[in-house]
Design a protein around this ligand. Structure first.
Ligand code: ATP
Ligand code: MG
Length: 562
């Protein structure tokens, strides 16, 4: 931890040092390079905060948003738009630095021609299986392809024909001519281009050869003048190839690749393929299902960009893989919502109470503080009347010793209201409690002579006649096991937790929430933080539980012990 409370970030230190010493001409240009083949998740948020944050850490720093769209079959403009929305929502701005790797196809092709002319690349015509055999293994060197020594002219001719669409998929590839004996498999003549007769969402049918990631990525960095190319750890072994590409691009620009450990969150589904499977098989409601760790899911659930950014800053950046508990993310949203959300009263599982000595036709407006953490949030009034709802859990007919809330002949304080006493219990034929009969003490109202009288518990309530009916959606972990612990070969979707979504109907919320709009966040007193769902209709709000009130991290000290 640094003095500012931020976790260490060795990349930021490196960038600051480079800036100070004038490396890269004192420029700092980073990029966030998503492939538009899915929606962003919390792991991407880490990369976004890192790359945009690095650019912000020095004067004149710039971060590009580059769509790494070199794969025609999986990409879609819908994802391009969604990714832009998510980056903006997280609070970052690429200004005019929006780029597409597909815009570089012609330039990448030119570079390939140059590599062929300089004998740094050749057209190979082995089958995929043969190529695999020739490649060797970690312990055995590879073998040169019989096509490796084709003449420049033959290579140029074949490559031109590949581009013109004269060959079917898989018949030829363009490979870099590096070293089939290299201990690093990535340097054993990696593939630069493949034939794929597939339309691309931006370039249409202009191309039927597409560059590989290892080829397009470093060159895109060179073209854009990126100085620090930050990526996840699995690309560490690709760095020599990255450097080879940069060295052979004949440019004065020398972006450097820096790797960091990706974010893993326990019990969370983060792979795009698995997320897509959940969506396609309708195991979740969509990409913005509040159970998913997608940016859209977190947003719908009620997460704030600030909480996500604070979380990303806190976890820092390291070279070591680790798994973060969801509770840590929850800690940050709780901390943020505690400051910003208004408190309201909502009863999830209503139990009716009738206050026998309260006048039938009276409604009083009780003053309630909106947010004790924020003096500017002001106050509101909440109607109080003879018939109220309280939380079913707040009453027990035969309470155990540690239960201090309502019970027969017991008193509790109603938040912002009076002290009441339970004097009778009404049950239906099955023995279920359907109503409580109570009395109230008029002197105990706030401002009244007995306002300070102490009782052991204060509970929340709403007025039955005034309350608004609502649906509340409670969320539990989506998987019953961590993905890493699920045996290989078994269907991981059988671990989807059937209790991951609990829809509670017939909840009652205070009247001020009747026409609340999607995205507004509240603290339901004593319950948790909730956010209005887009499924709400006027007069019938739907709330998502963002997070409950209690903080396991703060209690167990896992936060400090990170
Ligand atoms: P794919 O397997 O499809 O490549 P991806 O999650 O890597 O999936 P990209 O669109 O390539 O998707 O990701 C964009 C950027 O986000 C990359 O630079 C990648 O390193 C980074 N990123 C992706 N997942 C994580 C993660 N879990 N933690 C940190 N960074 C991530
Ligand atoms: Mg990737």
């Amino acid at each position: 931890m640094t003095e500012s409370g931020a976790a260490s970030n060795f990349i930021r230190e490196m960038v600051l040092a480079d800036h100070a010493t004038g490396k890269h001409g004192g420029r700092v240009v980073t990029r966030f390079p998503p492939e538009p083949n899915g929606h962003l998740h919390i792991g991407h948020a880490k990369a976004i905060c890192l790359n945009f944050g690095l650019a912000q850490s020095v004067p004149g720093g710039v971060c590009h948003l580059r769509f790494d769209d070199t794969n025609p079959t999986t990409e879609d403009p819908e994802y391009v738009k969604s990714i832009q929305d998510d980056v903006k929502w997280l609070g970052f701005d690429w200004h005019d630095k929006l780029f597409y790797a597909s815009d570089y196809f012609e330039r990448l092709y030119e570079v390939a021609l140059d590599l062929i002319r300089k004998r740094h690349a050749y057209v190979d015509s082995l089958t995929a299986d043969e190529m695999r055999t020739y490649r060797g293994t970690l312990t055995e060197p590879g073998k040169n392809s019989p096509y490796r020594d084709r003449s420049v002219d033959e290579n140029l001719d074949l490559f031109a024909k590949m581009r013109r669409g004269q060959f079917p998929d898989g018949t030829h590839v363009l490979r870099a001519r590096i070293d089939m004996g290299s201990p690093n498999l990535n340097l054993r003549d990696p593939v630069l281009y493949r034939i794929r007769h597939a339309a691309h969402y931006r370039t249409g049918s202009a191309w039927c050869i597409y560059p590989s990631y290892d080829y397009a990525h470093p060159l895109s960095d060179v073209i854009e003048g990126i100085t620090h190319s930050v990526c996840t750890l699995e690309f560490e072994d690709h760095r020599p190839l990255y450097d080879w590409m940069v060295a052979h691009a004949h440019t004065s620009r020398t972006p450097q690749q820096i790797e960091f450990a990706r974010l893993n969150v326990a019990h969370a589904v983060m792979s795009k393929r698995k997320l897509l499977e959940l969506v396609d098989r309708s195991l979740v409601a969509g990409w913005d299902d509040p159970r998913l760790p997608t940016i859209k899911g977190l947003r719908r659930r009620g997460y704030t960009p600030e909480a996500i950014r604070n979380f990303c800053e806190h976890i820092g950046v390291s070279k070591r893989d680790s798994v973060i508990e969801m509770q840590l993310l929850e800690h940050f949203i709780r901390e943020d919502l505690n400051k910003r959300s208004n408190r309201v009263m909502a009863v999830l599982r209503p139990l009716k109470i009738v206050i026998e000595n309260y006048p039938e036709d009276l409604t009083e407006e009780m003053e309630a503080v909106n947010n004790p953490e924020d003096p500017t949030a002001g106050a509101r009034t909440v109607p109080f009347s003879r018939t109220l709802y309280i939380e079913r859990d707040d009453f027990l007919e035969s309470p155990p010793k540690q239960f201090f809330r309502l019970a027969p002949d017991r008193e509790v304080r109603l938040r912002y209201g009076y002290i009441i006493k339970c004097v009778g219990v009404v049950k239906d034929s099955t023995g279920t409690v359907t109503e409580l009969r109570c009395t109230y003490d008029p002197e105990t109202r706030s401002g009244g002579p007995q306002a300070q009288r102490k009782v052991k518990a204060t509970i929340h309530w709403v007025s039955a006649a005034h309350a608004v009916e609502a649906e509340v959606r409670l969320y539990n972990p989506l998987l019953t096991a961590d993905l890493a612990a699920i045996p290989a070969g078994s269907d991981w979707t059988t671990y989807v937790n059937p209790q991951s979504l609990e829809r509670v109907h017939g909840c009652r919320v205070e009247p001020g929430l009747r026409d609340t709009v999607p995205g507004v966040r509240y603290q339901f007193e004593r319950i948790g933080y909730f956010c209005v769902d887009p499924d709400s209709i006027p007069g019938k709000p739907v709330f998502n539980r963002t997070v409950s009130l209690k903080d396991a991290c703060a209690k167990t000290g896992t936060l400090a012990a990170k």
